[in-house]
Design a protein around this ligand. Structure first.
Ligand SMILES: C[S@@+](CC[C@H](N)C(=O)[O-])C[C@H]1O[C@@H](n2cnc3c(N)ncnc32)[C@H](O)[C@@H]1O
Length: 221
């Protein structure tokens, strides 16, 4: 019917409840949010996983994995001898991932752990790569989060953070909800300030797909 509009037209600012679901998927919509995140963010997630340049047997983590599509990319990259850790504060997303990957959990190739950027449930220097796509807006403290990531990466470890362009963040209504709005260039400076090396900014094809900031922890690969 002419003039009839969908409930959440992406051309509009999403309603508050939709934004709350992005920051903290919960309740009955959570499985739908998981599927939507996996689909809408696929290119950014794949780009972050690739930017870690993982090899067989590596240990990698995704912080704020949401629907968990990233976990499959990371598991494929590290192979059967590697280990992948998915970290999430949302109990609904933790449950969703545990249901989705039972065989990987059983053979210990995958760990699904509760945690946040400010408090990573990982040992010092234990990871060869850590990615986080579309989560920084919700971190309590960016510098503390980057410090935590620096702590858990091994010297040759890599970081990849995916974010939307700042005009997209504003269009989505992040500022209105009190979430952080940050330009990719500013995040690059914060990553440098946290002590990472070789910090790079890769732009995606379209604004909606955003940017990937990648870096190394130590001086050498
Ligand atoms: C927009 S979703 C992105 C999910 C997934 N990374 C993706 O790109 O599709 C944001 C995710 O960040 C998680 N999150 C919220 N606060 C966080 C924090 N302080 N640290 C880590 N993750 C957080 C949420 O639970 C949610 O799953």
């Amino acid at each position: 019917m002419a003039g009839k509009r969908p409930l959440w037209d992406h051309a509009d600012v999403p309603p508050r409840t939709a934004l709350e679901q992005l920051a903290s998927p919960h309740g009955w919509p959570a499985p739908i949010v998981a599927l939507a995140l996996n689909r809408l963010n696929l290119s950014l997630i794949a780009g972050c996983a690739a930017a870690l340049r993982l090899g067989r047997g590596d240990r990698a983590a995704d912080l704020g994995f949401g629907g968990g599509r990233s976990l499959r990319f990371l598991l494929d990259a590290v192979g059967p001898d590697g280990q992948v850790t998915g970290i999430e504060p949302s109990s609904a997303m933790l449950r969703y991932a545990r249901r989705r990957y039972p065989s990987h959990l059983e053979r210990a190739g995958l760990r699904i752990l509760e945690g946040t950027a400010g408090d990573l449930p990982l040992r010092d220097a234990s990871q060869d790569g850590l990615m986080s796509a579309n989560t920084v807006y919700f971190w309590r403290d960016i510098d503390a989060g980057l410090g935590e990531i620096h702590r858990v990466l091994a010297d040759r470890g890599r970081l990849a953070i995916g974010i939307s362009e700042s005009d997209e963040q504003l269009r989505m209504g992040f500022a209105r909800e009190g979430y952080l709005v940050i330009r990719p260039e500013e995040l690059v400076e914060r990553v440098r300030g946290a002590g990472f090396r070789d910090v790079r900014l890769g732009r995606r094809e379209s604004g909606r797909q955003g940017a990937i900031i990648s870096a190394r922890r130590g001086a050498r690969d």
